[in-house]
Design a binder for this molecule. Structure first.
Ligand code: PNS
Length: 165
């Protein structure tokens, strides 16, 4: 396991400006970064996984995030199995509040037991502290403007392309 290779996992349904901020910070810290779309069985999805991958790729390119950034998806089992496959020694999670700490801590401990993978918590810009995918999903489904909260390709898609889903 290489401590210079990291995975940023999440549902990314849809990607938000908070996600992009964490991806930018992590890309600057690690030699290689895997942005991994993982199906979360505890959440009802809005977007198909293929669409989330496309939106992440477009958003990362438009934000000019540099470095070795791989966008992929994983539905074959444990997150740490993907990390082991690509040799990643680190999982990166964004922490907005104590609620996130409480949600992420048990997963971090379990993942360390499962595969000796460390979890690193990054603090996003406070400007994004209140943004969540679930709020964006709710506002978008009710016809509201989500452009202050998501990257431009996501806002464009939710405004137009999402009608065809
Ligand atoms: O963006 P989310 O929904 O908060 O991301 C949660 C996610 C997908 C990272 C988490 O549910 C996860 O790691 N799922 C993979 C399944 C797994 O490995 N579970 C055991 C360790 S927690």
């Amino acid at each position: 396991m290489n401590p210079r290779i990291a995975v940023v996992p999440g549902s990314f349904d849809p990607p938000t400006l908070g996600h992009l901020d964490v991806i930018r910070r992590a890309a600057a810290l690690y030699d290689q970064l895997h942005v991994l779309v993982v199906h979360n069985p505890g959440k009802e999805a809005m977007l198909p996984i293929a669409q989330r991958l496309t939106l992440l790729e477009q958003s990362i390119a438009q934000a000019e995030i540099t470095g070795d950034v791989v966008v992929a998806s994983w539905s074959m089992g444990l997150l740490v199995d993907y990390a082991t496959d690509v040799g990643a020694g680190v999982l990166v999670k964004g922490i907005r509040s104590q609620v996130d700490v409480a949600y992420e801590t048990p997963m971090a401990i379990v993942n360390r037991h499962l595969a000796h993978v460390e979890t690193v918590f990054l603090l996003p810009d406070p400007a994004h502290a209140l943004v969540s995918s679930s709020l964006v999903r709710q506002v978008a489904s009710l016809g509201g403007d989500v452009s202050p909260f998501v990257p431009e390709p996501v806002a464009r898609f939710l405004d137009t392309g999402a009608r065809d889903l």
